[in-house]
Write a new protein. Structure first.
Length: 235
């Protein structure tokens, strides 16, 4: 099959009950909170080790990067050989956040439908690409651009539940690589792996995406790693 877009993998850590954050506010976050929790912190290095082996292009959201403090001027930046694609409409990133994001990788492709995004105030930098959609972001079009204009062959997706749902419903996720942390978090408003609008009718069941298990790896300290294919056609 000849692809017109990158081959994609949704890569995240979740709790056993499918939560991808410790709560429903931006003050709560796995990266900040798990290191302080006995029974979880002992196995966290395994997740970050797996993350280091993901694709050299990564799709993120401005909200996620703002949560980890990228808008702060004193952020310690470790440059990675990665092309970062950041979706940011609100915007969640201020000018400092964009500069820190730019310093974080080899190239930053910032995608927005906000004509007043702070990224537009940054001077010319050949490592910064801005993609503007005047209304809603057209993700199928964006993914084709990433493949044909920017040469992105493989893309790791690390975004929140709402955006994950939008990409899933648009058939833009090929694989799932999920590290499950040994904990239960709960909370009806705590973000999950796939959020977005719920299904409402029997007709909506066609939107459910079956997955084929490719690998189940038992890690240390009760963590597990699950890999699925979502683009399979059935056995």
């Amino acid at each position: 099959m000849i692809r017109t877009r990158p081959e994609t993998t949704l890569f995240l850590m979740s709790s056993i009950d499918g939560k991808i954050s410790t709560g429903d506010t931006d003050f709560l976050d796995f990266d900040k909170d798990f290191p302080a929790i006995h029974g979880i912190r002992e196995g966290l290095d395994q997740y970050y080790a797996i993350e280091q082996k993901t694709d050299l292009a990564s799709l993120n959201s401005g909200r996620t990067w703002a949560k980890i403090g990228l808008n702060e001027p004193a952020v310690a930046i470790k440059r990675l050989p990665v092309t970062f694609v950041v979706i940011d409409n609100k915007p969640h990133l201020n000018e400092t956040g964009v500069l820190n994001a730019l310093a974080r990788g080899e190239r930053l492709i910032l995608v927005t439908s906000n004509a007043g995004h702070p990224a537009y105030s940054i001077g010319s930098d050949n490592r910064l690409e801005l993609i503007y959609y005047p209304e809603e972001i057209d993700f199928p079009d964006l993914f084709m651009r990433l493949r044909h204009v920017y040469g992105v062959e493989y893309l790791t997706i690390q975004t929140g539940g709402t955006l994950n749902a939008l990409l899933l419903r648009s058939d833009l996720i090929d694989h799932l690589n999920l590290v499950v942390a040994p904990c239960l978090i709960g909370g009806s408003t705590t973000p999950t792996l796939i959020d977005g609008e719920a299904l409402h009718s029997l007709e909506d069941l066609v939107l459910i995406r079956p997955a084929k298990l490719v690998k189940c790896e038992v890690l240390h300290h009760s963590f597990i790693c699950l890999k699925y294919d979502l683009d399979w056609q059935g056995d």
